[in-house]
Write a protein that binds this ligand. Structure first.
Ligand code: PEP
Ligand code: MG
Length: 582
């Protein structure tokens, strides 16, 4: 037995067999097939080819596509339509009896090697184009024939070298309770989703090489550790911890029907952050104030085609109807950064977090945005929906997005469709320039929502997904707090409601500070909902006195002290809910 330390990303306790997962991207199944199987393999090839063709045609029709992008995509379409290549792959399947992935791989390999062997820049570029198209077609085939999680069950603890948000959602389907991975930051989307789905996660485990395939391990996300080959004593600890978890759950449920207000009677609305439609049920289960952030980009991370207007309409209207009259804030797609979808063409960017992300991507591919906005406007007939735009940098950005929304409403009117254009429209405040422009934004928006994950990333120039700089990811840095305070003050001037939806709101240590600063709405992960509510119920008027006049143009240690002072009351004995604990 040995205890291995790592970084706890998501709470969760599980005991099971270590199962190493190899990325499907790099594993191309290669085997022979029988003559009878060749027809099915050939059909798979045709389907993958057709999907790739459609996808490329869609990208080519996107708005504002640059000439150079057009040229590249046009070349890729030519390769997809290349009759010689198609013939070669067909022969490799029907005559050489290779499975479809191997046939595609080998046929492309020949072309790639041919172009690579020519010492001419134009030809080496051609090799890159072939490589790109090979990946596109293979990806479609591999998704059809290869589920790398097929072997997983509730007794498996998968170990990844790399994991994407869509793979996290797949883990849930396989009833996985915890997993290990490398290089995951606390506020990465993989981390956020794992916490939302209650799947334990420990990242960057020391001495991970000790763990062999099939070894028994205990993963304890809360305590950031893994017990390798646990002895009887450790298994006893595991069993007891599970019982304690059950007790905590029972205690938390008692918080469901009581008010979310501070001791001095200030109402604090707590809504949920969700990323998957099925999480909507948590609103009623926990008794939250609706959904403060629905990260719709997760609809893009799965599946084999862009979600259509009809599909999105079904999803949004069902979710809104389920929790009506409670509100659901639907954030338009925030693709880019670490949320890369295989369904959209994203040219390589050296700095994706500073690149074509969020509203920027949507404004340059307005057909994708229009499809989503039309679906939301139609769904708003069935419930209390609010729209929010991500990565807005200033009021002009917001107004441009809003104009597109208004045009969608006009189109729906002309089409005599049922829709509701009287819905609140708001902006995320997650870029420092947006916080500094919050006066103008508060005037134009129906509400604001502060995304502290990106606000910290962009204010402190610290990649939220890079473990190597995680010590700079200081959510309560005075510079960040000054931007939050500026936003709260500007919003108050215009009577515009503000919520905090970044991970800061889900971190119990910061709740008193935020409430002391005047925050009245929080949007948090379902896993910490009761914990946050419990802290809120123990906050009192003293906080306001401590924080109100605090000068944030100060050093970090002074703010550390402030966080400690605002937290201190929870360690005193006059607790409002004697069963609540931090
Ligand atoms: C944020 O940036 O704080 C936020 C809520 O958005 P996301 O984490 O999805 O980028
Ligand atoms: Mg963000």
């Amino acid at each position: 037995m040995k205890t291995l330390k790592g970084t706890g990303i998501a709470k969760g306790l599980a005991f099971g067999k270590a199962t190493y997962i190899k990325g499907i991207k790099y594993e191309i199944p290669a085997h022979s097939i029988s003559k009878e199987q060749s027809a099915a393999e050939l059909a798979m090839f045709h389907e993958a080819l057709g999907k790739s063709r459609l996808e490329l045609q869609d990208y080519l029709q996107a708005d504002h596509i640059s000439d150079s992008e057009k040229e590249i995509l046009g070349t890729h379409l030519e390769i997809v339509n290349d009759p010689d290549l198609k013939e070669q792959i067909t022969q490799a399947i029907t005559q050489d009896l290779h499975n479809v992935a191997k046939a595609i791989n080998l046929s492309f390999e020949k072309a790639i090697l041919f172009f690579k062997s020519m010492e001419n820049e134009m030809f080496s570029q051609r090799a890159i184009d072939f490589e790109d198209v090979r990946k596109r077609i293979l990806h479609k085939v591999l998704l059809q024939e290869h589920d790398s999680f097929a072997e997983l069950d509730a007794d498996s603890i998968p170990i990844f070298s790399e994991i994407s948000p869509s793979e996290v959602s797949l883990l849930r389907k396989h009833n996985v309770r915890a997993y290990l991975a490398s290089g995951i930051g606390q506020t990465s989307h993989v981390g956020i989703l794992s916490r939302a789905l209650n799947i334990g996660c420990v990242s960057n485990l020391e001495d991970q090489q000790l763990i062999q395939e099939g070894d028994y391990i205990i993963v304890d996300g809360e305590n950031s550790l893994v017990i390798w080959q646990p002895n009887d004593e450790a298994l006893e600890y595991f069993a007891q911890s599970l019982q304690i978890e059950d007790l905590i759950l029972q205690k938390e449920e008692r918080l469901k029907d009581i008010e979310s207000s501070t001791k001095d009677g200030r109402q604090i609305d707590i809504a949920l952050n969700i990323g998957l439609p099925l999480e909507i049920d948590q609103v009623q289960e926990l008794g939250s104030n609706g959904v403060g952030l629905f990260r719709t980009e997760f609809l893009f991370l799965d599946g084999d085609h862009l979600p259509t207007e009809e599909e999105q309409y079904q999803v949004y209207s069902e979710m809104a109807a389920k929790i009506a009259p409670k509100p659901i804030t639907i954030r338009t797609f925030d693709l880019g950064g670490d949320k890369i979808s295989h369904l959209i063409h994203s040219p390589h960017e050296d700095n994706p977090n500073l690149g074509n992300r969020g509203i920027r991507y949507c404004l340059t591919h307005s057909q994708i945005l229009r499809t989503q906005l039309r679906a939301i406007l139609r769904a708003a007939v069935h419930g209390n929906i609010r729209i929010m735009f991500p990565m807005i940098i200033d009021v002009d950005d917001f107004l441009e997005a809003k104009r597109i929304l208004m045009r969608c409403a006009d189109d729906l009117y002309d089409e005599k469709a049922k829709y509701n254009a009287e819905i609140p429209v708001g902006s995320m405040i997650e870029v420092p320039s947006a916080a500094l422009s919050s006066c103008a934004l508060a005037r134009e928006c129906d509400f604001l929502s502060i995304g502290t994950n990106d606000l910290v990333q962009y204010t402190l120039a610290v990649d939220r997904n890079n473990e190597a700089v995680s010590r700079y990811f200081i959510q309560h840095h005075p510079a960040v707090l000054m931007l939050i305070r500026a936003t709260l003050i500007n919003a108050a001037r215009h009577n515009t409601p503000v919520s905090i939806c970044g991970e800061m709101a889900s971190t119990k240590e910061y709740i008193p500070l935020l409430i002391g600063m005047g925050v009245k709405e929080l949007s948090v992960n379902s896993a910490v909902y009761y914990e946050v509510k419990s802290v809120v119920r123990n906050c009192d008027a003293k906080l306001h006195m401590i924080v109100k006049n605090f000068d944030f143009s100060t050093s970090l240690p002074k703010v550390d002290e402030l966080v400690y002072r605002t937290l201190k009351p929870y360690y005193s004995s006059d607790r409002r809910d004697s069963n609540d604990s931090l």
